[in-house]
Design a protein. Structure first.
Length: 382
């Protein structure tokens, strides 16, 4: 639902009831991941998507129905129909389960608070019961960036504590995911499935070297939803005027800046400096940090020499294997803009465990099932 957080927050502020349709489970090839949502208000205004267009009409009618009759939340499954080419279904061949429920903002002030946090870019998560006893289906609990902060109701304190703990874990990791609990005395007697919609701060892209390639890569990183920092020790090159797409431009020695900045498993480190006095201390540190991607620009000859220097500096082979160099995928790129696309493509493939091969050379679903939306996606209504 966080893909349409801005609009849902506006509706909550205006106390406008709405129907919320949420993708809660995906099997096979499906265009959108769990957590993606579509919503309809009493005037018939629709925002969001659950399938990229395949079943939107049918889901819209289900939303209108739940708004009119005020019924209990319900689940619907949509898949491909071989028997009837005009049947409602997914042309991609997968299946999705959608939970449709009516939301009364006056009854869920905690949801409005979470949506406000997301709209303002602050960390928050919404835990939504998507499978379990009928009386609990659709209930929500919201957790916020401060450890222990939560609000909402899931039926019992035991359930709320268990869900809040796991939701905080997912929020820290920046992942939307489904958790299963219950069936024991420690939580609740009946099993529950809870979908946690997590909104973490934007992932970081750290670009070292304020060269022409950094200008293009910072623009690509910004488009992908990264918070982009460009760092260079040379003040004449590291200026906001030269790097208008970067969120932050830092004049400092690269390894010194990296040593004192915050990183996590979603951080991409891109070394474009081409200078051993910068590269070696920087890469030695970067390869020892829990970041998601480390890449360095240079020819194969440069890379071989760089590896020798890193080994001499004491970097073990297991850490050297994390280094993507020469940086980027083989797209035949020549210009800074083409190179930025090459680097971005490798980062995306790394984050989503893609092969980097042409889709025409593979087999099976092109939409890989996964626990959460891409960390690069923006949260805007469509």
């Amino acid at each position: 639902m966080l893909n349409i957080a801005d609009t849902l927050y506006d509706w909550c502020r205006a106390a406008r009831p709405f129907a919320l349709a949420t993708v809660v489970q995906v099997s096979g090839s499906a265009p959108l991941p769990p957590g993606t949502a579509l919503a309809v208000d009493a005037d018939g205004t629709v925002v969001g998507s659950v399938s990229g267009g395949c079943v939107e009409g049918a889901v819209y009618e289900l939303c209108r129905q739940v708004l009119e009759d005020g019924g209990a939340p319900s689940r619907a499954r949509f898949g491909y129909s071989d028997d009837d080419a005009f049947a409602v279904g997914l042309t991609c061949g997968g299946e999705i389960d959608v939970l449709v429920q009516r939301v009364e903002p006056a009854d869920r002030p905690h949801l409005a608070a979470a949506l406000e946090a997301v709209a303002q870019g602050r960390p928050a998560a919404v835990a939504q019961i998507v499978d379990g006893p009928e009386e609990l289906l659709g209930r929500t609990l919201c957790v916020f960036g401060d450890a222990g902060a939560c609000d909402g109701s899931l039926g019992s304190e035991q359930v709320e504590r268990a869900v809040a703990a796991q939701a905080h874990t997912l929020l820290r990791a920046g992942r939307t995911g489904r958790i299963e609990l219950g069936g024991d005395a420690d939580t609740c007697p009946e099993r529950l499935s809870v979908l946690v919609h997590a909104n973490a701060p934007r992932p970081r892209m750290l670009i070292f070297g304020a060269v022409d390639f950094a200008v293009a890569l910072s623009r690509a990183g910004n488009l992908l939803g990264y918070r982009v920092t460009v760092c260079d020790a040379r003040p004449v090159f590291a200026t906001p005027a030269r790097l208008p797409y970067a969120d932050e431009v830092v004049v400092d020695w690269p390894h010194r800046y990296l040593e004192h900045t915050d990183v996590d498993a979603r951080t991409a480190v891109c070394v474009l400096t081409h200078d051993a006095k910068f590269d070696i201390p920087l890469l030695r540190l970067a390869l020892d940090l829990p970041v998601g991607y480390v890449g360095a620009m240079g020819s194969r000859r440069t890379h071989a020499g760089r590896l020798d220097l890193l080994r001499h500096a004491g970097v073990p082979e297991g850490r050297l294997a994390r280094l993507h160099s020469p940086i980027g995928l083989d797209l035949g790129a020549r210009t800074p803009e083409e190179t930025a696309i090459s680097i971005s493509a490798e980062i995306i493939a790394r984050a989503n465990r893609g092969t980097g091969l042409p889709l025409s050379h593979g087999a099976g679903p092109i939409h890989r099932p996964g626990p959460h939306p891409s960390p690069f996606s923006r949260r805007t209504a469509v």
